[in-house]
Design a protein around this ligand. Structure first.
Ligand SMILES: Cc1cc2nc3c(=O)[nH]c(=O)nc-3n(C[C@H](O)[C@H](O)[C@H](O)COP(=O)(O)OP(=O)(O)OC[C@H]3O[C@@H](n4cnc5c(N)ncnc54)[C@H](O)[C@@H]3O)c2cc1C
Ligand code: SF4
Length: 317
């Protein structure tokens, strides 16, 4: 058994100070990912700072006409909020495509963004994994890689970001609001929040040590038709092989981001100019630099076909 200490912070700055000031400390939100990883000794924090008393569980209108989602808003509360369902349907749909009802009741907005990869070798402590143990190697590259990345990977790691919510937030151009140990706020565009693996695959995001997420802000509603399509091995309770979040306007223009294909939600704004020409035109430029493995080459045509279905669904709506 690994010993760890536990405290409940009272303010965001206090929580950030507590984690920044103690190497090995971590925030604890709903615990649906972190506690699982602790049981398997993949994450071994020495101190947990529980953030559930921080009063970050509200969804508020912003002065700019958007929404500010507290870091502790549960996935269930967010997906069922009337404003989210009406104005940000892609987000509500992405959330309910993930996990299960029970998990979504506990899972928080911040915790969802920071969930770790589902690469099978990350979970197997007998195997080398640069993300779990930097410098140990990557068992997936010569191993079984069906679920893993086709683009943006490195020779150190080919894992994907497994979540659904972040893909919708990427298409909506959300902003992640944080506070550091000195109490200073920071706003990180979602495009810059998750990292590609490069030579440091153990670092998933651009958060500084001890930096606490306080909220996620959505800009004004985009209008248009919102679609989230997730292709997976089972109809529920499974992570995406490929997912597509899209907002399609009445003239055929739109925005699109893919999940299940890279270490971060995959969106290249320039590729969206081809939306009116159809799915193949968009994915040809989005996946021009793809380097799939023998096991996951199917993901590239699957991405094209899934986007084609999404465009058809958007046009039919
Ligand atoms: C069986 C199963 C199936 C699942 N299926 C899906 C799926 O299909 N799609 C999907 O998207 N997700 C899925 N999930 C993942 C689930 O969505 C996440 O476990 C959940 O969103 C994590 O939120 P949490 O609040 O429980 O985070 P926690 O487990 O509490 O924390 C996760 C990480 O976030 C950090 N953290 C938490 N709050 C903050 C904060 N405010 N600031 C900074 N750091 C913070 C923690 O330190 C930790 O590192 C599944 C999970 C399980 C167990
Ligand atoms: S792909 Fe990444 S997470 Fe998977 S074994 Fe390799 S280094 Fe680890």
């Amino acid at each position: 058994m690994r010993l760890f200490t536990y405290e409940r912070a009272k303010t965001p700055a206090e929580a950030a100070r507590a984690v920044a000031g103690q190497p090995g400390a971590k925030f604890l939100a709903g615990g649906t990912n972190l506690i699982d990883l602790m049981k398997l000794e993949i994450e071994t924090p020495t101190h947990l700072v529980d953030v559930q008393d921080l009063k970050l569980d509200r969804i508020e209108q912003t002065g700019e006409g958007g929404l500010k989602i507290g870091a502790l808003v549960s996935n269930t509360a967010l997906a069922s909020d009337a404003r989210v369902r009406r104005d940000y349907g892609v987000l509500a749909r992405a959330i309910v495509a993930g996990a299960s009802g029970q998990l979504r009741n506990k899972a928080t907005t911040a915790g969802n963004l920071l969930q770790r990869t589902r690469c099978p070798y990350f979970y197997d402590t007998n195997m080398p994994c640069n993300k779990r143990k930097p410098g140990s190697g990557c068992a997936a590259i010569a191993g079984y890689s069906r679920q893993l990345a086709v683009i943006g990977a490195s020779d150190q790691c080919i894992a994907t970001h497994p979540g659904d919510m972040a893909v919708a937030l990427r298409v909506l151009d959300a902003t992640v609001e944080t506070v550091n140990a000195a109490g200073e706020p920071r706003a990180i565009p979602i495009a810059d929040f998750h990292r590609l693996p490069g030579a440091t695959p153990h670092i998933d995001t651009n958060l500084a040590p001890g930096e606490l997420i306080t909220a996620v802000t959505l800009p004004r509603p985009l209008g248009g038709r919102h679609v989230y399509e997730k292709v997976r091995d089972r109809a529920s309770y499974a992570f995406a092989l490929v997912s597509v979040a899209a907002v399609i306007q009445w003239d055929g223009t739109g925005r699109v981001a893919f999940g299940g294909v890279a270490h971060k939600p995959w969106r290249i704004e320039a590729a969206e100019a081809a939306m009116p020409q159809g799915a193949a035109a968009v994915t040809t430029s989005l996946f021009a630099d793809a380097k799939p493995t023998h096991d996951n080459a199917f993901k590239v045509p699957l991405a094209t076909r899934t986007l084609a279905a999404v465009i058809a669904e958007g046009n039919a709506a």
